[in-house]
Design a protein around this ligand. Structure first.
Ligand code: ATP
Ligand code: MG
Length: 168
């Protein structure tokens, strides 16, 4: 199965964390990769690292401003995470790639890269969960379950900054 969480509303990463917890509760081998975000920037990372050990990998360079000089480093980090994910496919039954769609939209990874992961998952009968803003149409067509988070309101628009434990 391919499951997608996309859209501009809050809850995509939270949904991915939920899948990891749910799968681990069943004793199903699960791997969780996080694009863009650097290790140590969000509470779920230490928890998932404890839960999943080497099957958790956050490999990002932090916020992406699309400055040319940064792009190479961002792409390198994304490439490394992708290679890790392709290794993981062989040993898990659920692969979660948080912010992978954001990385795709930012051109850190390509459609071909995602297709390669999809093919590997299909071959190994591994479920694939992808998240991030801006899921492309072709991927929505390919996926089995797609949820779009839509913000009815978000505290940020009232000027409330990101809250520890809620937003990161
Ligand atoms: P979460 O990590 O809380 O599950 P998310 O993964 O859906 O949210 P992202 O698009 O990855 O959200 O954005 C990351 C951060 O931006 C989170 O702190 C989230 O609370 C915040 N955020 C999400 N949606 C909005 C929005 N519509 N306006 C402002 N901030 C938002
Ligand atoms: Mg997110």
């Amino acid at each position: 199965m391919i499951v997608i969480y996309t859209g501009n509303g809050k809850g995509k990463t939270s949904a991915c964390i939920g899948h990891a917890v749910r799968a681990a509760g069943h004793g199903i081998p699960v791997a969780f990769g996080q694009f863009i975000k650097r290790y140590g920037c969000a509470g779920e990372q230490a928890f998932l690292h404890n839960l999943l050990k080497t099957r958790f990998h956050a490999k990002g360079k932090g916020f992406l401003f699309k400055r040319q000089e940064d792009m190479e480093q961002h792409q390198k980090a994304a490439r490394e995470l992708l290679d890790w994910a392709l290794d993981m496919v062989k040993e898990v039954k659920i692969l979660i790639l948080d912010e992978s769609l954001y990385a795709l939209n930012a051109e850190l990874i390509s459609n071909e890269d995602i297709k390669q992961v999809m093919a590997a998952c299909a071959q190994n009968e591994t479920h694939l969960v992808l998240s991030g803003r801006y899921a492309p149409e072709w991927l929505i067509d390919e996926a089995d379950t797609v949820t779009e988070m839509h913000p009815l309101k978000h505290a940020f628009s009232k000027g409330i900054p990101a809250q520890k434990g809620i937003d990161f």
